[in-house]
Design a protein around this ligand. Sequence first.
Ligand SMILES: Cc1cc2nc3c(=O)[nH]c(=O)nc-3n(C[C@H](O)[C@H](O)[C@H](O)COP(=O)(O)O)c2cc1C
Length: 481
Amino acid sequence: MIWDDLREFIRFLEEKKDLVRIKAEVDPVLEVTEITDRISKKGGPALLFEKVKGSQMPVAINLFGSYQRMSWALGVDDFNSINQRFTELLRGDFDLNLRQKVEALYNLYKLSASKPKEVRKAPCQEIVMERDFSLFDYPVLKCWPGDGGRFITLPLVITKDPESGKQNIGMYRMQIFDKKTTGMHWHTHHDGAVNFRKTAKLGRRMELAVALGGDPVTIYAATAPLPYGIEELFFAGFLRGKPVEVVRAKTVDLLVPARAEIILEGYVDTGEARKEGPFGDHTGYYSVAADYPVFHVTCITMRKDPIYPATIVGRPPMEDCYMGKATERMFLPFIKMQFPEIVDMNLPIEGVFHNCALISIKKSFPMHARKIINAIWGLGQMMFTKFILIFDEEVNVQNTSEAAWKAFNNVDPARDIVISEGPLDVLDHSSPRPIYGAKMGIDATKKWPEEGYQREWPDEIHMSEEMRRLVDKRWKEYGFE
Ligand SMILES: Cc1cc2nc3c(=O)[nH]c(=O)nc-3n(C[C@H](O)[C@H](O)[C@H](O)COP(=O)(O)O)c2cc1C
């Protein structure tokens, strides 16, 4: 099942009894966070706050906040199935049986369905406001006590590459400065910032639109680490197997999701910056205030009865962890296509995706682990990974206890650790200076004589099969259940 907008998805979650409506009035300042955090930490449902102080609009939150809801949002029962679909698509195996041929044709059809479909009339433009509007009329959350203000937390920021005309959508939080301006917190490595620098070089101000809501796949796509130049709207259309409907924005030259709830249109001026933050971030720490561009909102279009979508981030697990896990599963086949020796990868949620990767490989030559460590540091947004641990293929990296046991026992710190330097995620607070610093690669594989290991590597302890079967058979006889 594929959802065309947020309200369809909300209705579905309600039918599945995985969304709770809160009728009591709540404050968008801290109270929504405290409630959502408690529900989130218990693995609870999505929430729809119907009465939010100071605004006419309901707030939808935690819509993606479980493995199940994240899968449903992508139109599948289990997002591992998307991993399988990509694996099959990329396998390049042309010796296909009939079922596989039909699947390959279906995948090709989906590729052709990926181009967004432009429509003339759109729900997101039922109301158009070019003058009398205030961002304070929206139920924008102040998430944590130390936050610098209220932040739009689930925005789809739409920019354009001035050279190719291609559009990018990224999710970058936006602090409300006043009625008509916000911060634009795109990290310097992200595509919104790249487009901004390109536009600035041409001496132009950059037109920009921000969609709130839309279909859940497009919302997810804004967070996906696509290579620069691959458009999120096409990727979303491919995942959906159905084009995303778009409409031309009213005052800027951009296409926006037609079935979004709210669209903010405006511009960012080159050379203008303002302190943004602090903000309680997904690392579980506040990101400190820093200078970021200013978004001037010149027009708001919206539905007659918009639902305001939000999320909160903080100490994991939170809603964004499930989005990150979907990305981990979905992008693994692409990584494996370049490095077929990779068996599996786990980005543990405590590492908040950019701090830690556990990777198992089919080791086939000396120092093979180091090849993969260096490769990962050169791979898209994986370049930020602060700790990479490489294991032999039989290690289940999804089991962090097993991975820790292997690493603590197999690693000789003098021999198996590589320290390098390079770009770090903007949110890293440990390095002496922002956005770059040290990274560590750890080779936790069994060491070979060719790698200089001259002792005998010990065998792992396992009971004999014969004895296991015997004890299985006699288990009740011993008096155990
Ligand atoms: C809830 C959430 C909030 C995010 N906030 C920001 C942000 O404020 N700034 C930023 O640069 N990236 C943020 N990200 C990460 C980017 O959306 C993500 O890296 C995305 O791939 C960037 O897209 P781009 O490569 O097209 O720029 C956030 C992700 C999520 C899930």
